[in-house]
Design a protein around this ligand. Sequence first.
Ligand SMILES: [Zn+2]
Length: 86
Amino acid sequence: MWPCLVHTIALSLAGKSSKEEPTMSKVCTICGKKPSFGNNRSHSMRATPRRWDPNVQKIRIVVDGTPVRAYVCAKCLKAHKVQKAV
Ligand SMILES: [Zn+2]
C-alpha cells in the first residue's frame, strides 16, 4: 500500500495526475477528503447554502526522502499516515 500511496502523492504534487486537477486546498492529499455541501436552515426553514470543510492542514511531509508541502487532514495526521518533515 505504501509505495502506491507515495506514488499517488508524488504524482499529485507534480501536477501530473491524469484524472484529477493539481493540488487543491481543502482537499486531503492522502485520503481525498473534501468539503461537503448542504444548507443552513433557519427556524422559518429558509435554506442558505453552506459548506463543511475538512480539518486540512498545510504541512511539510516526507515523500521518497524529500520534504514536500501537502494538504493533509487531521485524521490522517493523527493516524500517522504521513511522516512529517522536521
Ligand atoms: Zn486525510
